[in-house]
Write a protein that binds this ligand. Sequence first.
Ligand code: NAP
Length: 299
Amino acid sequence: MEKRQLGKDGDHVSVIGFGAWPIGGAMGVVDEGAAISTVHAVLDHGITLIDTAQSYRVSEAIIGKALKDGRRNQVFLATKVSRDYSPDAIRRAMENSLRALQTDHVDLYQIHGWNPQYPVDDSMEMMERLRQEGKTRYIGVSNFNVEQMELAAQTASFHSLQPRYSLLDREIETETLPYCEAHGIGILPYSPLAKGLLTGKYTPDHQFPADDERSGMTRFQGEEFRRNLATANKLQSIAQERNLTLIQLAIGWQLRLQGITCVLVGAKTPEQVAEHVGGQGWQLTDTELQAIETVLAEG
Ligand SMILES: NC(=O)c1ccc[n+]([C@@H]2O[C@H](COP(=O)([O-])OP(=O)(O)OC[C@H]3O[C@@H](n4cnc5c(N)ncnc54)[C@H](OP(=O)(O)O)[C@@H]3O)[C@@H](O)[C@H]2O)c1
């Protein structure tokens, strides 16, 4: 498993990370035993970074159960404080996360999103205090734009940004990516499979159950769903010519950029994790990259 350094001077982490949102149950219920086996498969495959959050339902508790019995030190554990970024709430959220994760510190503590209700300097001051106390080793932010990162950096330095990024979601390429590269901020892209659109496994008549967040997302309905699946099918042909699956192409395509530290991929089963590992260890040629651009331009 390839590794890259987090930010300018952080740890080296695996280029594929385990996104623990699906095992929390918001993309359909996952049996606890299957979820724990999935976390164990992550470690067995040499994936060292696990990403979860305060708001991921039972995700932190499952990870805590999966990592007790000596596995905690094999993992670079990242979690987030969600929604309320007042200093007291951040401290409380950290204590709750540590309890659920059954550990005395996390490796990366991230502010989940921008909320103008809470002055970012107060939030970052608390994040820095928690770092100095040893509750987290590094600080990160998520869903921040350049202006918001600049404001946050005035109070405390941070090692990473977690933005949405996939073949179907390229908004960060114009400003955010270059800014992070110029400032040595590691990028942990989320939803690299566009929440399953880039797996090739759905047909336009697929119905997501009501307890799956995708049942309420427009890109998984009607004409937009059909268009996304058509693009995915064309990308799948490019992957097949290279003996890759679409999922592996979608992961490896991100790693063409050195500014990407670790691609966070969600999974519900050990088999899904095993497939992700094939998303690293190779590089797309210029011709393949051009073919991908052509498909996306048509999309
Ligand atoms: N910071 C944020 O605001 C934010 C937001 C979203 C996500 N994230 C993080 O990023 C991680 C990844 O994003 P995500 O989980 O939203 O979406 P994702 O990684 O783009 O897609 C995950 C979904 O893809 C399907 N899948 C994955 N591997 C597969 C395989 N090998 N074969 C077939 N299907 C496969 C599964 O769909 P099925 O359920 O249909 O099996 C799975 O639920 C999250 O888990 C979380 O850690 C962060």
